[in-house]
Write a protein of this length. Structure first.
Length: 316
């Protein structure tokens, strides 16, 4: 598909999303059913299904955001910058949702669009999820059940003093999806105008956990940089070849329980930038009204620029 055709289908796709968002009920915490949107540029990753999955993929809307659950087929959706803006950098974007759903708009498509506007080729990873109840009503009941604030389910987000309240899930499916996404970007780098030495990954909440899990455990991904956004903050064992990290969280986020992961990166001698915001809560994506965390994306792109990730190496 030509670049012009991809940009046209992407524009049509975003217009459809905008129309859907304007026709939905009030943007509150209520869960509303949502017909699955078209994903014209989504590419199958071919990583298989999910064992013991009771239902097919379905969508809902909460806080005005389109979300998908019971995902059994992983996909990668490219968001290509305009040719005159493209700088060769690429970012895999991993939305969050506790590995039970994905916040596709707030933490996926909107972020990818913002990256593409900066000349960065972005790829939204719709990774496989753990099962949730088949019916939306049962899912609502499950979502509204009493529970204590959770800790992230991977080694990347364990805390020192708080016992985990989620099972220590097997993230092999999610890791395989991330690795397949990275491999596809490398294989099609020339087509997409990507410098394979400047491929990074950012993720939000559980997506931050997947970003960190991939950094710590993948044998095939060679990420140039990572950006865990409001992920777990527990200490980790940092690999010698770990990439530079840009990290964001707000003080009123339930996952903020210290500076463990920042300290781990710093002690390992790996570049790390950390932004602790006064407010923002959890799940703010690119930003919510009147929050200090709303400038994190500007800081992120500036960090990329200062560290040379937006500039091709001499001779390229």
């Amino acid at each position: 598909m030509s670049s012009k055709l991809e940009n046209l289908t992407k524009s049509i796709f975003l217009i459809i999303l905008l129309i859907c968002s304007k026709s939905t009920p009030a943007q509150d915490g209520t869960i509303y059913p949502l017909e699955a949107p078209e994903e014209p540029n989504a590419i199958l990753l071919g990583t298989g299904g999910v064992d013991d999955q009771p239902a097919s993929e379905t969508w809902f809307r909460q806080w005005g955001d389109p979300m998908a659950r019971n995902i059994t087929t992983a996909t990668l959706t490219p968001f290509l910058p305009e040719p005159d803006k493209a700088n060769g950098a690429a970012v895999i974007v991993a939305p969050g949702g506790g590995f039970r759903w994905l916040s596709m708009g707030n933490e996926g498509w909107e972020v990818a669009e913002a990256l593409a506007d900066q000349g960065i080729t972005a790829f939204v990873l719709k990774y496989r999820l753990h099962p949730t109840p088949v019916s939306l009503d049962d899912f609502k009941d499950w979502m509204n059940r009493p529970r204590t604030p959770p800790s992230q389910p991977s080694d990347s987000t364990a805390t020192e003093n708080t016992p985990p309240t989620r099972p220590n899930w097997d993230l092999s499916n999610q890791l395989a999806d991330a690795e397949a996404a990275y491999a596809m970007i490398v294989n099609r780098a020339e087509e997409w105008g990507v410098d394979i030495d400047r491929i990074g990954m950012i993720g939000f909440s559980a997506g931050a956990g997947l970003t960190m899990h991939s950094t710590l455990n993948s044998q095939t991904m060679k990420l140039a940089f990572i950006g865990p956004i409001y992920g777990g903050m527990g200490p980790v064992e940092v690999p010698e070849d770990a990439p530079p990290m840009f990290n964001v969280i707000a003080t009123d986020d339930f996952l903020f329980r210290g500076f463990g992961i920042i300290d781990s990166w710093h002690k390992a001698g790996i570049p790390v930038e950390f932004h602790l915001y006064q407010n923002g809560g959890h799940g703010f994506g690119l930003g919510n009204p009147n929050r200090t965390s709303n400038r994190w994306f500007d800081a992120f792109t500036h960090w990329l620029d200062v560290n040379g990730f937006l500039t091709a190496k001499s001779g390229e």
